[in-house]
Design a protein around this ligand. Structure first.
Ligand code: 1CP
Length: 343
């Protein structure tokens, strides 16, 4: 079978499926012992630039769980590192930027990206497409707002203070920064699709921090441009953020084929907010997997049931797999979604 005919791609396109497809954000990672074994002593950014490692880690959850899609093992800051931004991914912290970008001069660091900047991405995608056979590969990128937050704050942030200070106080700088990040994001996603990725996900993880009117003024022009530019590639485009309950209508407007929903909004309500012509992805609370299976099972059935209200449904968690998750819980969940939705 061709990945373009897979249940995952079909659900993204709102076509009939034999069962509800399922994959998990952060499925390739810290909760798997086989992941910790291959990452032993290898810094995260080194791993992200090593095709053999990318391939192995991307394959691990496909082998273990039989999920309906693989997600490329990388990080949202990889393209920024590739164009020369001085940053690192610190264990237990996340991305840390040596010189936060808060001035017109600093913006100069954000030049356009080219395929030659990320040869290890192209190579790993090509190998993966062969190894995965019928299983689709999801390429991804961070969205401009979420990337801007790391660049402006200099690292992970709770309130995004400096980010909003620039957005409100220096709209000239903000729009210049968002414009540059938009071009980088479009090209970086295009590189992955042209190397063979079957779908693309844009992670705007922290955009739930902005109010709807501000989303419309300061973010939508850019996310809209990204999805419009990717339309010609003919691969499903997925748009995800956390805490986006009040933004779901605007995320629908931005133009992706699939809108990712966190655990806060039931999928039937999310379908109303997002509007027609979109599939939904989500949305079991990742923390539920820390509870006994008897607690998880009825909740998972409820997600499937409410997902029927959407024109297409890709089962997922409402955010990434938590590191302390027992992999057996994800194995059982995958089997449940497949069995229950095939009936
Ligand atoms: O399934 C997978 O694991 C795929 C690989 C993947 C993806 C899709 C990683 C590996 N990171 C990401 C995307 C990513 N990175 C996002 C968007 C998705 C999300 O919201 O979860 C974000 C916000 C980041 C930034 C980031 N990188 C963080 C969060 C920091 C914060 O602000 O709270 C962290 C901890 C990282 C490092 C990272 N990325 C990935 C892994 C396995 C790790 C841990 C690396 C390590 O410490 O060894």
């Amino acid at each position: 079978m061709n990945p373009a005919e897979s249940p995952f791609v079909r659900a993204c396109k709102r076509l009939p499926v034999p069962h509800t497809p399922v994959w998990y954000m952060r499925q390739a990672g810290r909760s798997l012992p086989e992941y910790r074994a291959v990452r032993e002593g290898v810094p995260m950014l080194t791993a992200c630039a090593t095709p053999d490692l990318i391939v192995e880690v991307t394959m691990q959850p496909v082998r273990r769980y039989g999920v309906d899609a693989a997600i490329f093992f990388s990080d949202i800051v990889v393209p920024l590192k590739a164009i020369g931004v001085d940053l690192d991914i610190k264990p237990g912290v996340g991305p840390v930027v040596a010189e936060p970008i808060r001035s017109a001069e600093a913006l100069g660091a954000l030049r356009p990206i080219e395929p030659g900047d990320v040869p290890y991405v192209t190579e790993a995608v090509r190998i993966l497409v062969k190894e995965l056979g019928p299983v689709p590969l999801i390429g991804f990128a961070g969205a401009p707002f979420t990337l801007a937050s790391y660049l402006i704050e200099g690292g992970p942030s709770k309130n995004h203070d400096h980010t909003k200070a620039m957005m409100y106080g220096r709209p000239d700088l903000w729009h210049d920064l968002m414009d540059r990040l938009t071009e980088i994001t479009i090209e970086y996603l295009r590189i992955q699709a042209e190397a063979g990725a079957s779908a693309l996900q844009l992670f705007d993880s922290w955009v739930g921090a902005v109010a709807p009117d501000d989303y419309r003024a300061f973010v939508l022009p850019y996310t809209g441009r990204i999805f419009a530019a990717l339309a010609e590639l003919d691969v499903p485009r997925i748009h995800f953020g956390v805490g986006t309950g009040e933004l779901l209508g605007l995320l629908g407007e931005a133009g992706a084929d699939v809108v990712g929903v966190d655990w806060r909004v039931p999928l039937d309500r999310a379908a109303e907010r997002v509007g027609p012509g979109r599939a939904l992805q989500g949305n079991l609370d990742p923390a539920l997997l820390l509870a006994p299976w008897e607690v998880v099972e009825p909740r998972a059935r409820e997600v499937l049931e409410r997902g029927r209200a959407a024109e297409g449904h890709v089962f997922n968690l409402g955010h990434g797999v938590l590191p302390s998750t027992d992999p057996d819980q994800l194995a059982r969940l995958t089997d449940l979604v497949h069995a229950e939705s095939a009936r």
